[in-house]
Design a protein around this ligand. Structure first.
Ligand code: PRP
Length: 184
C-alpha cells in the first residue's frame, strides 16, 4: 500500500544494493588507513542512508560531516542552480576528504561541491557516488567510486526522493510516470 504502489518497478533490489555498498566499503578501506583519518562528507539529503550503511563497512578511523545542497525544486529535472543550504562544521584544510553522494545526474551538484571544497585546500578530495546516470551528464566530474550506473528513469528510494517522499524505501525503484505527471 501507499508509497510502494507508486513504484513501477524495482531497479536495484535491497540485497543487490547492500552487497554493492559492502564492496564500496572495502574499496574505501583500501584507499585510506588510520593515519589518514578521512572525513566523509555526506551530501544531504539524498546520501543519508548510503552514508549510514557505508560507514558500517569502514575499518579505518574516520569522521563524518554533512553538507546540504539543493539543485532541484519539487520537480524531476535539475535546474543547474546549486545552493548551499547547510555547510560543513569541520575545517577541511589538510584533511583527506571523501564526498559521499547518492546520485550524479547532470553533474552540476558534484561539480559545484568539488570546486567549492577544493578552495578550502584539503590534502585529497575524492568522490563516491552510489548511482550515476551517465546519459544525463552535462558537466564532466571525475568520480572515483560509483555503485551502479542507472538508465535515465526517475529513480527513488534508499535516500532518493520525489517531492521529499520515498526516501525510506530500502531499494532503488522507478517511479510511475503518472505520479510525477499528475503534479506537473
Ligand atoms: C539530487 C541528488 C544529487 C543531485 C544530482 O539532490 O541528491 O545531489 O540531485 O543532480 P545533478 O548531478 O544533476 O546536479 P537534490 O537537489 O534533489 O536534493 P536532495 O539530495 O536533498 O534530495
Amino acid at each position: 500500500m501507499g508509497l510502494r504502489d507508486d513504484v513501477a518497478k524495482v531497479l536495484i533490489p535491497e540485497e543487490t544494493l547492500q552487497a554493492r555498498v559492502a564492496e564500496l566499503g572495502r574499496a574505501i578501506n583500501g584507499m585510506y588507513d588510520d593515519a589518514d583519518r578521512p572525513l566523509l562528507v555526506c551530501v544531504l539529503k539524498g546520501a543519508f542512508m548510503f552514508l549510514a550503511d557505508l560507514t558500517r563497512h569502514l575499518e579505518m578511523r574516520h569522521e563524518v560531516d554533512f553538507m546540504e545542497v539543493s539543485s532541484y525544486g519539487a520537480g524531476t529535472e535539475s535546474s543547474g542552480v546549486v545552493r548551499i543550504l547547510l555547510d560543513l562544521e569541520q575545517n577541511i584544510k589538510g584533511r583527506h576528504v571523501l564526498i559521499v553522494e547518492d546520485i550524479i545526474d547532470a553533474g552540476y551538484t558534484l561539480d559545484y561541491v568539488t570546486r567549492n571544497l577544493r578552495t578550502r585546500r584539503p590534502t585529497s578530495l575524492r568522490i563516491c557516488s552510489l548511482l550515476s546516470k551517465p546519459s544525463r551528464r552535462e558537466i564532466d566530474v571525475p568520480v572515483d567510486l560509483v555503485g551502479f550506473e542507472v538508465p535515465d528513469e526517475f529513480v527513488v528510494g534508499y535516500g532518493l526522493d520525489y517531492a521529499e517522499e520515498y526516501r525510506n524505501l530500502p531499494f532503488i525503484g522507478v517511479l510511475k510516470e503518472e505520479v510525477y505527471q499528475a503534479a506537473e
